[in-house]
Write a new protein. Sequence first.
Length: 340
Amino acid sequence: MPRTIKSPNRVAMHAAVVRSFSEPPRHERVPEPEPAGDHEVVIDVLAAALHPRVRSQADGSHYESTGALPIVPGIDGVGRTADGELRYFVLPDTDRGSMAGRAVIDRRRSAVLPDDIDVVAVAAAVNPAMSSWIALRRRIAFRPGMNVLVLGATGNAGRMAIQVARHLGAGTVVAAGRDPDRMALLPGLGADHVVPLTGDPEAVDRALAGAADDADVDVVIDYLWGTATERALPAVLGRRSDRSRPLDWIQVGSMAGLEIPLRSEWLRAARLQLVGSGQGAVPTRDIVEELPLLAAHVATDHYAIDAVPVPLRDVHAAWTADRPAGARTVLVPGEADRAG
Ligand SMILES: NC(=O)c1ccc[n+]([C@@H]2O[C@H](COP(=O)([O-])OP(=O)(O)OC[C@H]3O[C@@H](n4cnc5c(N)ncnc54)[C@H](OP(=O)(O)O)[C@@H]3O)[C@@H](O)[C@H]2O)c1
């Protein structure tokens, strides 16, 4: 039986609750969710991050949204089970998300973490790291030595993508992005070339084409789409040294737009393989299989992420608070949130 936020329940706790898609969630008292199947357990949530995916869940714009309200938002987190294990978990589509004192997790969608980790940093990092990890390991036949372009490299997922591509053995890594201050940091994360996406569009085309020329890009991890991709696609395609060799263009995010015009010659003039990576395009079982390795890797490799912990009770203000570019808000429930 599906759990619902409205169901009567003896035990209460606090959670972030969305009652309108046009308003940030509020900190409210709600019934504690109860485990149903053999694999489900209650976890004390220690940290749950406010990813773009969570924002689109809470404003109803994500393609998986059913439009039903109210919901507790949050798609993943770090927590502790009653038997003392620290776990990173991802939740299925549910109205009982992770921004709560407690959540019900399916153990099979979680991974045990070492006890000495920074729970806020890990909660912030796994989702953005997962975007490129899954894309490269489950969506294409990536091989060490392949050259990678990260389009939209200044965001959390883009910066992780540089580091993940390096870890998985990429040859050359090209990072393209907008914010000049944050672009300057990308070589320190492993980018060999940095391409600014700002300024005169023709200069951007030339810069992209020059970098694609130098790197002979095999794989693009695209967090932008929209006009950014519309310009980058022909610039990169035209620079393949062997146009019959596959160019895997992986659509992962849409920070610059939801659409591009798909010109027919792009598909004929080079061996363009346009794929998406996300919920649906990648089966849940594949994501779940990757979780232990990915979580262990993120927990031990100290990926650069600027995580900002905020008490869960301040969720309403935190939702719209101004943060430095690139900072990731992480909601931190306290004991009071588990006490009803
Ligand atoms: N499919 C998946 O598995 C998956 C998983 C995680 C995330 N995602 C998606 O990936 C995207 C990025 O997520 P994130 O966690 O990195 O978000 P984030 O930390 O908020 O970063 C977003 C970045 O996008 C940049 N940006 C926005 N508009 C741009 C434009 N027109 N041109 C160039 N850069 C632009 C911003 O650049 P500035 O620095 O210039 O402001 C910002 O740094 C989102 O769409 C998210 O939903 C997908």
